[in-house]
Design a protein around this ligand. Sequence first.
Ligand SMILES: Nc1nc2c(ncn2[C@@H]2O[C@H](COP(=O)(O)OP(=O)(O)OP(=O)(O)O)[C@@H](O)[C@H]2O)c(=O)[nH]1
Ligand SMILES: [Mg+2]
Length: 395
Amino acid sequence: MAESNFVDYVKIYCRSGKGGRGSAHMRREKYIPNGGPDGGDGGRGGHVILRGNRNYWTLLHLKYDRHVFAGHGGNGSRNRSFGKDGADKVIEVPCGTVVYNAETGEYICDITEHEQEVILLKGGRGGLGNWHFKTATRQAPRFAQPGEPMRELTVILELKLLADVGLVGFPNAGKSTLLSVVSSARPKIANYPFTTLEPNLGIVSYRDGKSFVMADIPGIIEGASAGKGLGLRFLRHIERNSLLLFMVPGDTDDIRKEYEILLNELATFNPEMLDKQRVLAITKCDMLDEELISMLSENLPENIPHVFISSLTGLGIQQLKDILWTELNKESNKLESVSSEKIVHRNKDIKLLQTELEAMGEDEDITYVDEDEIEDLDYEYEDDYEEEDWDDDKK
Ligand SMILES: Nc1nc2c(ncn2[C@@H]2O[C@H](COP(=O)(O)OP(=O)(O)OP(=O)(O)O)[C@@H](O)[C@H]2O)c(=O)[nH]1
Ligand SMILES: [Mg+2]
């Protein structure tokens, strides 16, 4: 998986900027005796911001730049000059990115929309300059506030593809073939299980220029939710799909049983998957005759619309698109309503976290340590400004 361009899991280290310190300057000019405090405030440190960008499809661009630093705030100076704010650092991520704390596994936020922004780490506030501390009894405060320290955090970014329809089926069920027939996507197709190793997206055009997005993901096998096969790794890409198209080949001994196994894997993985609308497609029906089809129809799972299709002959494909379109447009099914409120992201299990990181090749420690910066953080401020702040007029 290491050389793949499809990156859906990445660990990065982020650090916001520290706030600039306030100045403790005293105004000192010719003919103005006792000018009083005029030290300006420090600037705010830069934030680390996540922003959704629909032009990105994977997290590949983050894989080679794992350290993200925002700029520090500038220090305040005399004449009530404010320090400059530190530069914010924006991390562009594809829509459908979920963020977890890499140490505790805690869910932090998710980015689902284009240009949606979330401040991941706030920059430190700038310290106040000494003129704020002037009171009736303390005319010349010779101290100012330091800036707030920076904050650091290592996070896991995980991509969950946003599609309208997700294909769910055992390996070899004909998922990729269907995608290649209804869209211009060209996934690899072959007569052996696990041909598809990474998700493929395709845009299915419907009547009158309308379209929807279909995601072909690797096959799911019994025990997938317990980590068997490629299952778990990609099941999370289904979590978001607003409609699930179950695919079971027509020559399967017990279609109903196979459907139930699939459903059970999804439910074990995340019970909320059962809230999604489902459609059942019986595939490869060019191998069946009319009689067999009507026999099979009698023993199909109830409460789910079904359709007999063949990607080879085109049988039922238009009917399938019609059903998908109708289901997708039912109010309850809109992707928007599925997004933030409906999907509850669980924290990652701290006990499994290390194993997961290892499995994804992201277990390396990427914490950034810089001795100078650490010293900088705990500087003392009260007697920090001395004569040098006073002798700046040599006119
Ligand atoms: N006869 C017939 N064969 C089909 C049909 N659809 C797919 N196949 C064949 O079934 C085999 C598997 O097809 P794929 O589309 O690769 O199956 P998949 O579900 O994507 O499989 P994985 O990627 O391994 O999970 C291929 O040999 C296809 O040619 C169909 O409608 N009729
Ligand atoms: Mg496939």
